[in-house]
Design a binder for this molecule. Sequence first.
Ligand SMILES: [Fe+2]
Length: 289
Amino acid sequence: MKKPDVRGFFDPITATWSYVVYADGETDTRCAIIDSVLDYDIYSSRVKTESADRIIDFIKKKGLEVEWILETHIHADHLTGSAYIKEKLDGKTAISKHILKVLKTWEPLFHNEEDTPLNGSQFDHIFEDDEIFTVGPFEARIIYTPGHTPSDTSYLIGDAVFVGDAMFLPDVGTGRCDFPDGSAEDSYRSSRKLFKLPESYRMYVGHDYPPKGTRSPECMTSIAEQKHRNIRVHEGISKEDYVTKRNNDDKGKAVPKLLLPSIQVNLRAGKFGKKMDGVQYIKLPIDKI
Ligand SMILES: [Fe+2]
């Protein structure tokens, strides 16, 4: 059986990897987009679509049809390009059912219920844990991998697993666990869940922050590499040691620059919400986080 082809797109501003998963040269041209980016400059409050347009151009050139526009979680450091891409190319936006917890947490802060339903209906599909689905000719499955946030979900497509911020490359470790309802214990358990996959399976990460002066940004490793070399969660590290170090390292970490714009837009599946007199606003609550 053919393995999925994966094209990664790196956004250097937010160190985010977005992916297109497809079957190159096959008659089945359906593909999935994972964790796209909408460029947003917080100083000028201007939106650009260069990152999303790179993905759109690739899909057009390859003659692909967008089946899914997937999010691994509600990102706190960048805006998703999902609504923009859907408008241009169609496709179903989707996320795990655990987004409902995140909606509940943030709704009281933004008071956006009018355009950000608490039942998640702003997404075209809400995945159950372990749900089986397909991406073009490939079988796919949901693996619930919380820790970084309570909504983190990995997508296993063929032999490739897209883990978002549940795990980073071996020399980087795992995603921070200090967001609301994040949990270093859950993060450790999620790593063990991913380690149950065959060692030869490919793992694609949601960000890369290469240690200074070592290498350029990369996006792929294997389950075997992670088991043996991940600096935070490799086999042999106990849950207690991981949790203590993760929590210590997360103490006093800066709030991501785009947290407030990102959360409200990402909870709306990439839309900016209601305009006032034709002007689009973003809400910035004062002294609340
Ligand atoms: Fe994240």
